[in-house]
Design a protein around this ligand. Structure first.
Ligand code: G
Ligand code: G
Ligand code: MN
Ligand code: NA
Length: 248
């Protein structure tokens, strides 16, 4: 069987599950988590998302799969809404270009919010610069409609694509995510440090939150903090894992 058939079967057999990686503010308080799709195949074991997501995207299977991720995430948000300790937590869900350009995405998200009872204010959607390139006007229009419903947007892997400052002006964004590749060498590479400094300044002047991804060491954390970064995600603070593992 091809990976495509396996993916289709995996959806029917409910072989997918979600991991959650916590995100923190500068006082080590949990802001919420990024939702990361996982697949356990009964014979082949765990497939890395970097392998199966591109296939799901080219075949269009990312549409039902992405819908499932959103439904599960919103069910989780609805559960937290009754918990005083967790009702302020946000979930950040990665969105593929295919979903945004599907034409039904806005209605679909609205349906899911209604059916699950999840507060739109706690849902953040992560998009990448490259996916905006396909049809920027269409993307801006979809994102604007979703933002009007109270949903937040993060620009993922920021700095790695063909960054256009135009996006930052035209999109109702909440957060920029500094890509892990810049954080990795922040101590040794003066260009990476300069890029991070620029992203933080940009966030400051445009009133966008900036979160650093891929924080693995105390030294990276300290350097980022001294540069003015106030939101953090990475193995140092929390691995992706089952929802029960999120720190209270
Ligand atoms: O979890 P990991 O670092 O292995 O993820 C690899 C890639 O898969 C990342 O780029 C991440 O954004 C992407 N990814 C993880 N979960 C989802 C998802 O639910 N939908 C989409 N479209 N991408 C995802
Ligand atoms: O493309 P995106 O930013 O959505 O991908 C996030 C991916 O980064 C997740 O799949 C997660 O497994 C991975 N990740 C999370 N924390 C760390 C980290 O501290 N270091 C590295 N190298 N990867 C991380
Ligand atoms: Mn992401
Ligand atoms: Na990223």
């Amino acid at each position: 069987t091809t990976l495509t058939n396996r993916l289709r079967q995996g959806l029917e057999r409910k072989e997918f599950f979600l991991h959650f990686q916590p995100q923190f503010d500068e006082r080590d308080q949990v802001l919420g988590a990024e939702v990361l799709l996982r697949w356990h195949h009964p014979e082949h074991g765990n497939y890395p998302p970097a392998e199966f997501i591109p296939v799901a995207e080219t075949t269009g299977l990312i549409l039902p799969l992405g819908r499932w991720v959103l439904e599960k995430s919103c069910q989780q948000l609805a559960e937290w809404a009754h918990d005083p300790e967790k009702q302020h937590w946000q979930l950040a869900v990665n969105i593929s270009p295919r979903q945004l350009h599907d034409g039904h995405f806005v209605d679909e998200v609205q349906d899911i919010l209604q059916q699950t009872g999840a507060p739109a204010s706690q849902l953040m959607l992560e998009i990448t610069e490259s996916q905006l390139l396909e049809d920027i006007d269409e993307a801006v229009s979809q994102i604007t409609r979703l933002a009007a419903m109270g949903i937040s947007f993060a620009l993922d892997d920021f700095g790695t694509g063909y960054s256009s400052l135009q996006y930052l002006k035209n999109l109702p964004l909440q957060q920029l995510k500094i890509d892990a590749s810049f954080v990795r060498d922040i101590l040794d590479d003066s260009s990476d440090k300069a890029i991070i400094k620029t992203i933080l300044a940009l966030g400051d002047s445009l009133e966008l939150d900036v979160i650093a991804e891929g924080v693995e060491t105390h030294e990276q954390y300290r350097t980022l903090y001294h540069m003015g970064c106030r939101q953090f995600q990475g193995y140092l603070l929390g691995q992706p894992g089952p929802v029960e593992d999120l720190p209270a």
